[in-house]
Design a protein. Structure first.
Length: 357
C-alpha cells in the first residue's frame, strides 16, 4: 500500500510541469545547473535515522539528491521529538520504525526523490548489500562499533563517508576520503572518545543542527564534484562554552593501518571485531561483550544514570545494576553487560548503546 502511494505521488509529480524548486540552489555558482544535475543522479546511504540522520536526510532531500538509502533499527519515542526533526507525535504514539516514519515525511517533502527505508540493525552483511551504486555514506549512528564497520566498508569500496557525532552542546565531524585522508581507525588516538550519550547527559538541538550543517555542506561539495573545497580538518565545537577547533589530522594517516594501509584487511568487517551478543538459554537475558575490553568507572556511570531519574541504580565494587521498567541492565567493569528481560539481541544492543555509549 505504502509503495503504491509513493509510486503514484512520484508519477503525478513527473507528469505535471513544476516550477523549478531548486532555482535558488542553481543560482549558487559552485553548484549551478551542472551540479544540480549531479545531485539528481547521486545515491547516498544514511546509517541511522535519529537526530543527525533525520536532519541530514531532510537537507539532502530538499537539495534534490536523487536516491537515499536509510537504515535504522529503532522506533520513534516521545523523547526523540525534541531534536529528531522528521517525526511527529503520531509517530511516537504508534511506535513507528524511524526509517519508515522518515520515508513517509521525506516523500511528502519531495516525491521526486527515491527513498529506500530499511528497519535493520546494521552489520557488515547488511552494509555489503547497501553498497552497490552508493556515492557517499553519511554517519548518523550512535556507536563506534557501527562507525568502524562503516569506515572499513568505505575503505574497501573506496566510497567517501562523513563522520559526525554530538552530545550535550558538543559536536564533532570529519570527512574521510579513501586514499587521501586518514581513516577513522587511524584517528582512534586523536578523536576525543567518551562514554557520554544523549540519554545520559542530554543534547540540545543547536548542537545537532550544527553538526548536520557541516556534514551536509561537505556532502554537497563531494556530490557536485568539488573535493577541493572540502574542509580538510577534524572539526569540534562546544556551543555552550563558545569553543571551536579545526584540527589538522593529515599526519595521523598510518601506512600500516589495517583499515586503509597498504596491507588493509578491513578488520571491523570480520566477526572477531564485533561485539559478542549471546542470548542466555532459559534466562530471558542477552549478554553483550564489547569487541575490546573497556575499563568502566562504575561509580561515575552510576551517577550519570541516577541523574536520568528513569530507573533504579545499584552499584558495588564489581558491577552496576540499572533497572528500567521491565528491563534490567547489569554492567561489569570490563564493559560486559547483561540485559535482563529480553531475548532480542537488537533490543539489547539498543539499550546498551543508549545508556553506555
Amino acid at each position: 500500500m505504502e509503495r503504491d502511494q509513493t509510486q503514484t505521488q512520484q508519477q503525478q509529480a513527473q507528469e505535471q510541469p513544476l516550477p523549478d524548486r531548486y532555482s535558488r540552489q542553481r543560482l549558487f555558482a559552485p553548484i549551478g545547473p551542472a551540479g544540480q544535475d549531479q545531485l539528481a543522479q547521486a545515491k547516498v546511504l544514511i546509517v541511522g535515522a535519529g537526530a543527525l540522520g533525520t536532519g541530514i536526510a531532510e537537507t539532502l532531500v530538499r537539495a534534490g539528491v536523487g536516491h537515499l538509502v536509510i537504515a535504522d533499527r529503532d522506533y520513534v519515542e516521545w523523547s526523540n521529538l525534541q531534536r529528531q526533526q522528521l517525526f511527529s507525535e503520531a509517530d511516537a504514539a504508534g511506535r513507528l520504525p524511524k526509517a519508515i516514519a522518515a520515508k513517509q515525511r521525506l516523500t511528502a517533502i519531495n516525491s521526486l526523490v527515491q527513498i529506500d527505508a530499511h528497519v535493520v540493525d546494521v552489520d557488515p552483511e547488511e552494509l555489503e548489500g547497501f553498497i552497490p551504486g552508493i556515492d557517499l555514506i553519511m554517519d548518523a549512528t550512535d556507536n563506534f562499533d557501527t562507525r568502524l564497520m562503516i569506515n572499513d566498508i568505505s575503505q574497501k569500496y573506496r566510497i567517501p563517508w562523513i563522520y559526525g557525532g554530538c552530545v550535550g552542546s558538543y559536536g564533532i565531524t570529519y570527512t574521510i576520503v579513501p586514499g587521501e585522508t586518514p581513516c577513522l581507525n587511524c584517528l582512534l588516538g586523536t578523536v576525543p572518545l567518551g562514554g557520554d550519550t544523549c540519554d545520559t547527559v542530554g543534547v540540545i538541538p543547536p548542537a545537532v543542527q550544527t553538526v548536520v550543517a557541516h556534514q551536509t555542506t561537505e556532502a554537497l561539495k563531494l556530490l557536485t564534484g568539488h573535493p577541493e573545497a572540502l574542509r580538510g580538518t577534524l572539526l569540534t565545537f562546544d556551543l555552550w562554552r563558545n569553543e571551536q577547533a579545526s584540527i589538522k589530522v593529515g599526519s595521523a594517516k598510518q601506512e600500516g593501518c589495517l583499515s586503509c594501509g597498504n596491507g588493509a584487511t578491513y578488520p571491523y568487517l570480520s566477526a572477531s571485531s564485533h561485539r559478542k551478543t549471546e542470548v542466555l538459554c532459559g534466562r530471558d537475558t542477552v549478554q553483550i561483550r564489547p569487541a575490546a575490553k573497556r575499563k568502566v568507572q562504575l561509580p561515575e556511570m552510576a551517577k550519570k544514570l541516577e541523574r536520568l531519574q528513569e530507573g533504579t541504580v545499584e552499584v558495588n565494587p564489581f558491577l552496576l545494576s540499572f533497572s528500567i521498567a521491565e528491563r534490567r541492565l547489569v554492567l561489569f567493569a570490563d564493559g560486559r553487560a547483561l540485559i535482563h528481560g529480553t531475548q532480542d539481541p537488537s533490543e539489547a544492543r539498543t539499550i546498551y548503546d543508549r545508556y553506555l555509549g
